[in-house]
Structures are given as structure tokens and as C-alpha cells.
Design a protein around this ligand. Sequence first.
Ligand SMILES: Cc1cc2nc3c(=O)[nH]c(=O)nc-3n(C[C@H](O)[C@H](O)[C@H](O)COP(=O)(O)OP(=O)(O)OC[C@H]3O[C@@H](n4cnc5c(N)ncnc54)[C@H](O)[C@@H]3O)c2cc1C
Length: 329
Amino acid sequence: MPEIKKNINLKNYTTFKIGGDAEFFAEALNSEDLINLIKYSHKEKINLTIIGGGSNILISDKGIKGLTIINRSKSIDIKEDIDINFDFQIGKPRYKEGDYFKFNDLDDDDKSYEKVLINVSSGVNLTYLINETLSKGITGIQYFTAIPGSIGGAIFNNIHGGSKLIGDLVYKARLIDKKGNIKEVDNSFFKFDYDSSILHKEEYYLLDTELILYKGNIEKAKNTAKEWIKRKRSIQPILPSAGSIFKNITDQERDTISAPVNSAGWLIDNVGMKGYSIGGAKVYEKHANYIINMGFATQNDVSRLIEEIKDKVYKKFKIELEEEIIFKQ
Ligand SMILES: Cc1cc2nc3c(=O)[nH]c(=O)nc-3n(C[C@H](O)[C@H](O)[C@H](O)COP(=O)(O)OP(=O)(O)OC[C@H]3O[C@@H](n4cnc5c(N)ncnc54)[C@H](O)[C@@H]3O)c2cc1C
């Protein structure tokens, strides 16, 4: 069982570099640690929070009550010669090619290639997994290059890379509930949708998952990964952020206001908020759906800025922007 520490500041466990202390804190280095810590929090009747890469969260200035686990469980196991037929319902990305992102030219017809099954524990870093698989001639996950975080966080939110959603790769998974009961589920259990999965609503945590990848066109996949880095870097800030703050709007909302794209950033730009700041939190000039931490931002600064953005966007477009980032307290 890993050591449980008290009052550990969580800023440096997030990409936003914002947040107070964890009341109790532990790091899980493997699935067994994770299971033991979850059982411990149940036994002690304390609140449980799991953080992977901390790249999609805003932590309260007052910190997080109970036990915060940093999940660093990492194992990758590749199985070949598999025979699976599947057609998953995973939702639809809110994506239309436009001024902000252009990625469709990099898509490949992955499903036409021979399949490979990869068992990945939930703490595995996504970039590490992409590099590992590409180096072994395995493709299909390259569309998520330059997205920070862990597999657990990626599946929690069914992350999107251009027109792709990661739910499309999930074959099976092992989940654990807060009492420590483990269950095996398949793709349909997750009810994947845009920026969403069952893990938002029910208290299950991902232990590990089997992903379906491919023996695809490796040169094309490597080029896709390289291009994603180049194109994302051209619009992403160097200063700390949590990626996009808001979900993109639906096709219906886009058509109602005759917007050229689904991008929430387009709406924020159109209410004149690029560069607008409160305290140390600022709407990023190059991509208005990002809030950057200028070095001294607090959660309160970010939360006030979020409310002001929502208010201005609603007044002009009658659309309620919905946060993509998850608030932790
Ligand atoms: C620069 C930048 C670019 C980004 N680009 C994109 C992008 O292109 N597309 C996109 O979709 N997102 C993007 N993001 C958002 C973010 O990287 C993803 O959502 C990422 O998958 C979050 O993973 P994480 O491990 O950091 O999750 P965390 O931030 O640690 O946690 C997020 C949520 O997942 C839950 N969680 C974490 N692990 C588990 C687990 N094992 N079981 C159950 N729940 C768990 C946490 O409790 C929390 O509620 C970007 C973020 C940044 C900072």
C-alpha cells in the first residue's frame, strides 16, 4: 500500500498549475496500488478523487477533501492475431473544418487493416502510448497526438482529435467501483458521446482497457502524428492551461446562429473576449477557448472569467456554453 501523505499542494499535478492542497494524497504506481487505495478510502469513509495527467481539471483554491490519488499505473501489453468484429456507438465529434482546426486530410481508413489488441493500464500517458505503438508499427491512435494526460482521463471524457473519438478504440475494460468491486465491461457500457462517458455519472474508475489498434499504414500514421504536433502547437499556448475550457456547440446550435464552425472559441472571439483577463487568468489571444494562467492565476480568477464568458456569449447568441473541464474540490 503506497504512503498516504497529508496536505500536499496539487498545483504541480495539473497542467493549469492552479489549486489548493489535497487533504490526503497518494501515488498509485500500478493497478494493485490503485485498488488498495480505493478500498482504503471506502474503509475510512473519505471522499475519493483520481487524477491522471491533471490536464482537464480545475482544482479549487481550497483544495480537495479526502484522498486524492495520482494514477501512474503503467503497463502496456500487445496481443496480435485477434479476430473481432465490432461496430461501436460512440457519439459524434462536434467538428467542422474551419479556421481553427484542419485535420481531415490526415485521416486514414484504419478499419480496413489487420487488428491488434492492446491492454493498457489507466495511468499510461497517452503520448507515451502513441510513441510506443507507432515504434512497433501499430497505428490507429495517432489522431490523439499532442493531447496530454492519461488513458483514464482520455476514456473518462471520450477525447476528440479532429473527427475522431477515442471511444472508437475501446474494446473492453476493467472498472472498479468506490467499494473496490471490479467488473469487466465492453464498449457499450461506457455510453460514449461527445466529451462524455458513463464515468461522468456513475462512480466507476478505469483500471485498464483493451484497445483495438491496427497494423496500418505506419508512414502515414507517423506523418499524421508529426502534423498534429505542428498544427496544434501553432494555436496552443506555452503558458499553463487546461486545454479547451468549453465543449464545442452542437450542429443545431451552429446552424441556428449561422456560425461557420462548431468551435466554442469562435463564439468567445465574437463577443470580443480574446485577450480579456481577470486576475492572472486570461482568454488566450490565438485560441479563445483556452484560458491561460499568466503565472499567478487562482481558481477564483478562472471561475469568474468562465462566468463572464458564459454571460457574454449567452447575451449575444442565446447559447449556454458548457464547461469541458472538470471542477475538483
Ligand atoms: C494543451 C492541451 C491540449 C488538449 N487538447 C485536447 C484535445 O485535442 N482533445 C481533447 O479531447 N482534450 C484535450 N485536452 C484535454 C485533456 O488533455 C484530455 O481531456 C485528457 O484526456 C485528460 O486526461 P488526464 O489524465 O489529464 O485527466 P485528468 O485531468 O487527470 O482528469 C480528468 C477527469 O478524468 C477523471 N479520471 C482520470 N483518470 C481516471 C480513471 N482512471 N478512471 C476514471 N476517471 C478518471 C478525473 O477524475 C477527472 O474527472 C487538452 C488539454 C491540454 C492542457
